[in-house]
Design a protein around this ligand. Structure first.
Ligand code: GLY
Length: 363
C-alpha cells in the first residue's frame, strides 16, 4: 500500500492499495477513533457495486452505518439533495464526533463533502473515490460544492477530508469512456509538473498498460496535487495550474450541455487549445502540442472540439469571462512553458478572445 500525507490546515492521509474497500472499517477507525456513526453516501452507479462491502467493513469495525443512495448524475449535486441529506443525517442522530463517507465519483464526493462541511458546522468525512477522475482530482484537496442554477460548484467550501481511500481495482468496472476521461486529468499532471511522468504515460499508452502500473500512477498524480494544495490550499495562486485546459474546456462542456463531452474529453481539447493560445502569445513549444496530441489520441481523447456557430461562440465568450459584469479586464490563463512546466499568464480578456476567434475560424 502507498501512503501520502497531505499537510493542509487539517492534515490527512491518502491510502492507495488493492483491497482497501474491505479494510475501510479498520482504516476509518484508525483515522477517526472517536466516531461511532458513519453516514455513507453513494449513488445509483457505485452503490450496487460497492455499498454493502464498504458498509459491512465499517460495521465490523464497530460503526453504525446509515446508507444513503442518491440518483447517479450531475442533477443530484443540488441544494435539494443536499438538504435531504442534512435531514437524513439528523434523523440518524449524527453528532459532531461522527462522520460522513463518500463512496462514488466526483459528484458524490463533492455533494457528501459539502454535506459534511455544513452539517453541525462541519463533521469529518472520508473520501472513497470509485472513478479515475475522482481518484486523481476531486477526492483530494478539499473542494466540495453543489451546483446552482447560475452555474456549477457555486455553493461550496474548502473542507479537507480526514482520510482518502483509493482501491485501484474499482477501476475495473469503469466504462472505457470514463477511464479515458480520467486519463485526461492524469495526462494534465504530466503536462503541468512532471515531464518524466509524461514520458512514462507515453510509454504506457493503453488502459491495460496503465492498469498494470495503476498504484504508481495514482501516487504520482495525488502527490503532485498534494504539493500544489499544501502550498495554496484556498486557491489564491499556485493551485490555478491545476486548471490547465479547464478554461476553454469548460466552454466545450457547456457547449455540449454537459452531456455530449465528458469532463476529461473537454479538458483534453481544452489543453490543446490552451497551448495554441499560448503559442500565439509567444509562450510554449509547437512540438509539445504535437506530443500531447499523440498521447491524448492513444486514450481516445479529442484534441479539438469544433467551436463554429453562435452557440459555441457564446460559450467561449462566457469561458473567457466577457459576459460577466465586473469580471475585470484581465484573465489568468495557464500555458505550458514546456511539457512538465506550467506558467500562469495574465492577459486582457479581449486579447485572449481575439486569439480564440482566430482558432474558431471567426476572424
Ligand atoms: N480541481 C482543481 C482543484 O482542486 O483545485
Amino acid at each position: 500500500m502507498k501512503t501520502i500525507r497531505v499537510r493542509t490546515g487539517r492534515p490527512y492521509s491518502i491510502l492507495i492499495g488493492r483491497g482497501l474497500l474491505d479494510q475501510a472499517g479498520e482504516q476509518v477507525r484508525a483515522a477517526l477513533p472517536k466516531a461511532g456513526k458513519i453516514a455513507l453516501v453513494t449513488d445509483s452507479t457505485a452503490g450496487p457495486l460497492y455499498l454493502e462491502r464498504v458498509a459491512a467493513s465499517l460495521e465490523r469495525a464497530g460503526f453504525t452505518v446509515l446508507r444513503c443512495t442518491v440518483p447517479a448524475g450531475e442533477g443530484s449535486k443540488s441544494a435539494e439533495t443536499l438538504a435531504a441529506l442534512w435531514e437524513k443525517f439528523m434523523e440518524f442522530g449524527l453528532t459532531r464526533t461522527d462522520a460522513v463517507a463518500a463512496l462514488g465519483g466526483g459528484m458524490v464526493g463533492d455533494l457528501a463533502g459539502f454535506a459534511a462541511a455544513t452539517i453541525l458546522r462541519g463533521v469529518d468525512y472520508v473520501q472513497i473515490p470509485t472513478t479515475l477522475l475522482a481518484q486523481v482530482d476531486s477526492s483530494v484537496g478539499g473542494k466540495v460544492a453543489v451546483d446552482l442554477r447560475a452555474g456549477k460548484n457555486l455553493a461550496g467550501a474548502f473542507w479537507q477530508p480526514s482520510l482518502v481511500l483509493m482501491a485501484p481495482e474499482v477501476l475495473d468496472t469503469l466504462p472505457d469512456r470514463d477511464f479515458s476521461s480520467g486519463m485526461a486529468e492524469v495526462i494534465k499532471y504530466g503536462c503541468i509538473a512532471d515531464r518524466t511522468f509524461f514520458d512514462f504515460l507515453a510509454a504506457h499508452g493503453s488502459r491495460k498498460a496503465i492498469m498494470e502500473e495503476i498504484e504508481s500512477v495514482l501516487y504520482i498524480c495525488c502527490n503532485i496535487k498534494r504539493k500544489v494544495v499544501e502550498e495554496d490550499e484556498r486557491d489564491t495562486g499556485l493551485r490555478m495550474i491545476l486548471n490547465f485546459g479547464h478554461t476553454i474546456g469548460h466552454a466545450f462542456e457547456r457547449l455540449g450541455n454537459y452531456e455530449k463531452w465528458t469532463h476529461g474529453e473537454a479538458v483534453a481539447a481544452g489543453m490543446c487549445s490552451a497551448i495554441e493560445v499560448g503559442l500565439r502569445l509567444g509562450d510554449g513549444r509547437k512540438e509539445d502540442l504535437e506530443e500531447l496530441k499523440g498521447l491524448l489520441e492513444a486514450f481516445q481523447l479529442p484534441t479539438r472540439i469544433s467551436c463554429r456557430g453562435n452557440e459555441a461562440w457564446e460559450a467561449i465568450v462566457s469561458a473567457v469571462g466577457l459576459d460577466k459584469k465586473g469580471a475585470g479586464e484581465e484573465l489568468t490563463m495557464i500555458f505550458l512553458k514546456r511539457l512538465g512546466e506550467a506558467i500562469a499568464v495574465r492577459r486582457k480578456r479581449t486579447e485572449i478572445l481575439e486569439i480564440l476567434a482566430g482558432l474558431c475560424g471567426r476572424g
